[in-house]
Write a protein that binds this ligand. Structure first.
Ligand code: C2E
Ligand code: CA
Ligand code: CA
Length: 397
């Protein structure tokens, strides 16, 4: 048996199978998955390893286990030769099985995952109800062991199936939201924000997180970057593009960013994405930044991490999170916080953009507190590029 290839979960199942095999004196015990068409012997514990290995597949409909599940055969058979139904099935002939015990593995929602099964190469008249009970207990334990893995695989399949058509179509739709200079209300740029199919009813941050959880995060982010950057030809000012650290570490991503007009690109790095190695990230971004691409730290003040993140990346722009911006006029403490953030940012040579500005009062207050630019529903919702071009635009501040 190829132990080395077994996952921890499979190893736990194997332990239960060994218990079954030794307690019932069987030659072979296995956990099988029944997917409707195929019976896959996912974990096999065998006295004769050559006989059967992990991963063996056979048609489900003609399997002994299916006949047991259907009630055409009993769960415990001390000699298959006593059961003509069994002897007609190919499974009874190769290998030459004699005794057989098969019980269903049922998940918590009642669905049958497959079977927990044992077989002997000799007839064994002593096999009986007690052996069935023991197998049923072990099958329940196996179900509990495998259920989290089954669920996470299902979830992964579901996410992949949803992402597939979006990625095949070149990625999510991307809308633009104006970024406005607070001193005079002139639009200086726009943030590119991804939009996924409405029926998913999921925010883009959740969609990207799900994509990352199945290993598709970087390609999906790249597609969004390409879509966002495509608006450079259509709108004036800079375009702010969101990217997570892992995507920025991707050579393809950096190569793509490197061929854009650098003075019109601002990369937003969220404060909530953990950066393990700031130096490595700084090194990765150095050539881009040297060429003129601007870097912003996003979501500052949302409480994801310390200002250390900000200091270490020495960003061109600090984007204050909506959490410290909305309702500013009613909460003097927030105004104090914003004022000190502005002092801090300007002290390290960064400009400040406030996000989530929904009212004129907040916009004016932020301007008076020294915040350089703002973004929010008050200035404009994220929308098509055409909705931006009507607004007055000057070059980046
Ligand atoms: P974010 O980068 O902080 O983007 C700002 C979010 O605030 C956007 O949410 C925007 O629609 C919303 N917003 C803007 N103004 C207001 C306002 O006045 N009031 C309120 N309540 N909300 C406002 P959205 O579009 O749902 O995006 C959520 C997050 O998803 C983004 O947060 C960003 O982290 C992520 N995201 C979106 N598009 C992309 C993308 O293309 N790539 C990556 N990596 N992340 C993206
Ligand atoms: Ca952002
Ligand atoms: Ca933000």
């Amino acid at each position: 048996m190829v132990r080395g290839h077994r996952s921890e979960v499979d190893e736990q199942v194997a332990e239960l199978l060994r218990t079954a095999r030794s307690s019932l004196g069987l030659s072979l015990a296995f956990l099988s998955r029944m997917d409707g068409t195929t019976q896959t012997l996912e974990v096999v514990e065998s006295a004769v390893p050559q006989l059967m290995k992990d991963g063996v597949e056979r048609p489900q409909s003609t399997s002994l286990c299916q006949a047991v599940l259907d009630g055409r055969l009993p769960k415990v058979m001390s000699d298959l030769r006593d059961h003509p139904v069994a002897m007609e099935l190919p499974a009874a002939r190769f290998p030459r099985l004699r005794s057989y015990v098969s019980v269903p593995v049922t998940l918590s929602d009642g669905t049958v995952y497959g079977t927990f099964c044992g077989a002997g190469l000799r007839a064994d008249e002593s096999l009986g109800r007690r052996d069935q009970s023991l197998m049923e207990v072990l099958a329940r334990a196996a179900a509990m062991v495998i259920e989290p893995q089954v669920r996470s695989r299902e979830r992964e399949r579901e996410i992949r199936a949803r992402l597939e058509p979006v990625m095949a179509a070149g990625g999510p739709a991307v809308v633009l939201q104006p970024i406005v200079r607070l001193a005079d209300g002139v639009r200086i740029g726009a943030e590119a924000l991804s939009r996924f199919p409405a029926e998913w009813a999921l925010g883009p941050d959740v969609c990207f997180e799900q994509a990352h959880s199945v290993g598709e995060g970087v390609p999906l982010e790249l597609q969004a970057l390409v879509r966002g950057a495509s608006y450079l030809d259509e709108v004036d000012g800079y375009i702010a593009l969101n990217a997570s650290p892992v995507t920025l570490f991707d050579a393809g991503c950096r190569a793509f960013l490197a061929q854009l007009p650098p003075e019109r690109v601002l990369v937003e790095l969220s404060e909530h994405d953990a950066v393990e190695d700031y130096e490595a990230l700084a090194d990765a971004l150095a050539p881009l930044r040297a060429s003129g691409v601007k870097l912003a730290i996003d979501d500052v003040g949302a409480g994801f991490s310390s200002l250390r993140h900000v200091v270490l990346t020495a960003p061109d722009t600090i984007k204050l999170d909506r959490a410290v911006v909305s309702g500013l006029s009613e909460q003097p403490v927030l105004a104090g916080l914003v004022a000190s953030m502005v002092t801090f940012a300007h002290g390290i040579g960064s400009s400040v953009v406030a996000e989530g500005i929904e009212t004129r009062v907040d916009a004016e207050l932020l301007r008076d507190l020294g915040v350089d630019a703002g973004q929010g529903w008050y200035f404009g919702r994220p929308g098509p590029a055409a909705a931006l071009s009507s607004a007055p635009v000057t070059q980046q501040a």
